[in-house]
Design a protein around this ligand. Structure first.
Ligand SMILES: [Fe+2]
Length: 175
């Protein structure tokens, strides 16, 4: 099948893209939900599932900076709690299941900062969740060949390189 849902997603998101606000996050979530619901039989998805690459850039907007990435993950794959620097992100499940842990920074009585889990939910096919600047989460893949799409507002490798995206590893020197 041709990539009609993917092309529609890119076109429609490009039309409304701008500085983050409630209209944009609502619209981006609706568009990404349409993509993971309607695009499952399209060629680009079949290609991703046959290659099984952990990290693929599906589309990068030269004009706006947003990036649509795909991750094919295996059961037990984890990403430790992290924020997203100055960016924001949508995680969407197309196939399989991922456990999402939600965390919050809490000051302890001794003045130290701890990252505490406040929620845990399973993200199933057709579901999509947004994490804004400052939100902290982790991921744990529950099924083999889980396909996740990630729409990032900017290039997160730069957020890591320049020290803005923080990973909160328990018992590390920093946290
Ligand atoms: Fe993340």
């Amino acid at each position: 099948m041709k990539n009609q849902s993917l092309n529609t997603f890119i076109e429609e998101l490009s039309k409304v893209w701008g500085p983050v606000n409630s209209e944009l996050t609502k619209k981006a979530k609706a568009l990404l939900t349409d993509l993971i619901t309607n695009g499952t039989e399209e060629d680009w998805v079949k290609d991703l599932l046959s290659k099984k690459e952990p990290d693929t850039n599906v589309y990068q907007s030269e004009e706006h900076g947003f990036i649509l990435q795909a991750h094919v993950e295996q059961k037990g794959d984890v990403s430790v709690p992290h924020d997203h620097g100055n960016g924001w992100v949508l995680y969407a499940t197309m196939k399989g299941q991922v456990e999402m842990g939600i965390y919050h920074k809490v000051i302890q009585p001794d003045g130290t900062l701890k990252v505490i889990q406040k929620d845990l939910y399973t993200q199933k096919p057709g579901q999509c969740n947004i994490y804004l600047q400052g939100d902290i989460h982790d991921t744990k893949t529950v099924e083999d060949d889980t396909l996740m799409l990630r729409l990032t507002s900017c290039d997160f490798s730069k957020e890591v390189e320049e020290g803005r995206l923080i990973r909160f590893v328990e018992n590390s020197e920093r946290w």
